[in-house]
Design a protein around this ligand. Sequence first.
Ligand code: HEC
Length: 145
Amino acid sequence: MTSQHVKDTLRNIDRWRAEVFVALFFIILAMPAGAQEDAMPSEPNALAFSKAAASSGKSHYLINCQQCHDADGRALTNIDFIAADLTAPGTWYYGTTPLSIFRSIKFGASLQMPPFKDSLGDETIWKIVAHVLNIGPQASRPDQD
Ligand code: HEC
């Protein structure tokens, strides 16, 4: 390799570097759009009031929630904490509306209730909200098809 070769190669690497910088710049520009995934909806999804969503939400509930809240939602006693009794919204701290339940699931509640935003999509979370409403007081159970 001549020294001219070396110089050319170095120049090419420089050009390549500049392209990576430009690419990174655009990736960073595009990021706020991706961050929307973490946004809190302003209105409850119709799934929260659907009986079909509630029954599909039940299987997601059993997979993701029963290890702390028990299969029936009445909470398992754990040496470290007692999870909320999901059948008794009168005892809750973080709100009982469909939107608040959505928020507790998506972003977590206190230090012991983990956020599910990275493992469950919004639609699945709304189905679980429907299930939680369905095991609560009669008046707030989903009643739509
Ligand atoms: C690792 C254990 C754990 C898992 C898994 C878990 N939770 Fe919780 N959850 C808790 C604890 C503990 C609390 C009570 C936090 C507090 O009162 O400070 C809680 C609180 C809540 C609340 C809020 C109650 C209130 O006081 O407002 C809701 C709603 C809830 N959980 C639903 C769910 C659902 C639905 C799932 C599954 C998607 C789930 N949780 C998974 C432990 C858990």
